[in-house]
Design a protein around this ligand. Structure first.
Ligand code: HEC
Length: 114
């Protein structure tokens, strides 16, 4: 059908057709509609318990569960301090500086080397 047209015209026609078909794809895809989906995920609402747990609950549950911490072996106070600092420096945990002491106190109390 396009045999009699010079190649340049065919290229231009092809480009136009391609652009047109992309337009129709874009139109078909929009408007984007976001719908809420109800999904039941297994819950991990395990938190740190007991007195003095507020600081660790506020600072340490954003990225992993309390289990990640509670399943570790008992450590010295120095090792827990290093662990909290590792979260802050290596993993960029947004820990309030004034809470670090209370977090280490709590860890030393419940998972400290006795
Ligand atoms: C910004 C995210 C983030 C926050 C907030 C965070 N952690 Fe972590 N934590 C990590 C990552 C990442 C790992 C490594 C996970 C892995 O190896 O699968 C980890 C691992 C751990 C481990 C396992 C031992 C290790 O070093 O890998 C302990 C214990 C731990 N975190 C304690 C804490 C404590 C205590 C706090 C609060 C001071 C805290 N985390 C806050 C990201 C975070």
């Amino acid at each position: 059908m396009f045999r009699h047209l010079p190649p340049a015209v065919i290229v231009i026609l092809g480009t136009l057709l391609g652009a047109l078909s992309m337009l129709s794809v874009a139109r078909a895809a929009s408007p984007v509609e976001l719908k809420p989906v109800k999904v039941d995920l297994p819950e991990s609402d395990r938190m740190f318990q007991g007195s003095g747990a507020a600081a660790i609950n506020n600072n340490c549950l954003a990225c992993h569960s309390a289990g990640m911490v509670l399943n570790q072996p008992a450590l010295s106070r120095q090792a827990w301090t290093a662990e909290v600092n590792k979260m802050i420096t290596a993993y960029k945990a947004p820990v309030a500086p004034e809470d670090v002491g209370a977090i280490v106190d709590y860890l030393d109390r419940i998972k400290g080397e006795k």
